[in-house]
Design a protein around this ligand. Structure first.
Ligand code: ZN
Ligand code: ZN
Length: 191
């Protein structure tokens, strides 16, 4: 295995499970607050890098590895997909993953299952999946956000009676002209 892919035991979301002693049934519970890693979320909504993520974790030794169960709480920041106003929300997600002992995972299994490395577990991919899955596809400041005016870009929630003078769309004007020309040419062939 490539050494450059080894986990860094000092990384904030890497946990040491050695205390469990590989004894099935042994368990450890912990509460910790760690800085959010980069890109925790989607483009329009996510947990700002470095902002606190509160974790409640239970590590449980089982026959094949260590079962990690937990919840994570953090503050989301982003913008409304319709009106682009900044929005702030809280997220509270649950996750669970079995980390298999390296010597228990067969080679072809290693890509599909999470494995322990030197008795370390990496919570980051787990946390990222849980957060991304919990996010709305299109975050909105409120469910019925009316969005922006297509003509001037004003935020319609601030100005619900917003209206513009009905102007003749220049494309329609051009079409009217075309039709007139068409009429004339039809008439001229009939003659
Ligand atoms: Zn909005
Ligand atoms: Zn407008």
């Amino acid at each position: 295995m490539n050494n450059s892919n080894r986990l860094d035991p000092r990384a904030p979301l890497v946990l040491d499970t050695r205390e469990l002693g590989r004894r099935p049934g042994s368990m450890r519970e912990m509460t910790l607050t760690e800085p959010a890693p980069a890109d925790l979320g989607i483009e329009v909504l996510g947990v700002a890098e470095g902002s606190p993520v509160e974790l409640d974790l239970r590590l449980e030794a089982v026959m094949e590895g260590v079962l990690v169960t937990g919840t994570a709480r953090a503050t989301l920041t982003g913008e409304c997909a319709r009106c682009l106003e900044p929005l702030v929300d809280e997220i509270d997600v649950r996750f669970q993953e079995l980390f298999v002992y390296e010597d228990h995972a067969s080679d072809d299994e290693e890509d599909e299952v999470s494995t322990l490395q030197d008795d370390l577990v990496d919570l980051e991919p787990l946390l990222r999946d849980a957060v991304v899955l919990a996010l709305p596809f299109q975050p909105l400041c409120r469910d019925d956000c009316p969005g922006l005016c297509t003509e001037c870009g004003a935020r319609l929630a601030d100005d619900p009676d917003h209206a513009h003078e009905a102007a003749i769309d220049p494309r329609w004007a051009a079409l009217t002209e075309l039709e007139t020309n068409d009429d004339q040419s039809t008439r001229s062939t009939e003659q």
